[in-house]
Design a protein around this ligand. Sequence first.
Ligand SMILES: [Zn+2]
Length: 367
Amino acid sequence: MPNTKEINSFSKTLEDLVLISGLSGYEINVRNYLKKYLKKNSLNTTSDVLGNLICTMQGDESLPSVILFAHMDQLGFVVKKIENNGFLRVERVGGIPEKSLASQDIVIVNNNNELIKGIIGNKSHHATKPDEKYNVTPIKNIYVDAGFKNKSDVLKNGIEIGSPVTYAPYYKKLSNNNVCGSSLDDRAGCVVILNVAISLMKLKKRPTVHIVFSVQEEFNLRGILPVINSLKPEIAIQVDLSLSSDTSDMTDTSDIILGKGPCISLFSFHGRGTLNGVIPHKSIVEVFEKSAKLKKINLQRSVASGILTDASYVQFANQGIATIDVGFPMRYSHSSREVCNLNDLIDLKNLILTAINKIDKNFKLVR
Ligand SMILES: [Zn+2]
């Protein structure tokens, strides 16, 4: 069981990260936080043209090299029209669920990198007709109210067409080490790999590991690709959420339960024009299963359709890469109130550390 000190440390870092607004393509503040955190722990980083943050930890060159990555961006909106009366119209960036938008708190990041507070309007109840009561308002009819008087008031406040908008940053602790936040997907993954990086410094015999905080995952799942092409890793471990299915509306989806340990994905698939997914590499699955047994960590197995991560594109790069998605159970994905469990995050960190340590000369890359 993780100790209180470790739980508090994970919670603090997660809170710091969740309270930063970092829409896909606008990850700079998240990146700066992570860069500083790693530097404080004597770990140097580099960035590339797209903004990916890379921390390479050299190891035994006779072993296959590993990339361990999590995305630092989050979904949201961009301003697409400024109305004369000061209201804003927005376009979705990533898989924003329209049904969770009414009366939502949001922030707009202005040209001076300041957060401007706003809300998404919800038609007054007293004027709502019976046939409107159970309808979801489509994005084209949604408007943001940030209190502006008119268009020039908006512009004076440094907001323009294209300004990034996200859910208002939010974090709170719930009971039993469960936490609720506005961008646990995937700042929780960032906290996990950040802590793996720090612990890896003490591991002597291990492969070279590239820890990467990637960009634009929520936008097009491909922000990581330039890193893969330049670093040429042979094994890829991707960290993101697994769908927790313990709420009453999800029980027929899977057996994954919040607080019952980290997950590995055995199958993911997304149709609807994407036609992609990950069937993980057998050798890396074995490494994770053995590691969980060794550390007595309860490992949950995920099979899911309709879910996709950037790992699905990573696996086809270069000569092909032995790829796996690992994750933490999470409820209410892509809403402004996602929920995960700190014990799961710490167990996931320990699991990944053990797995990296187990990649030795006997690891069979050919499938
Ligand atoms: Zn994600």
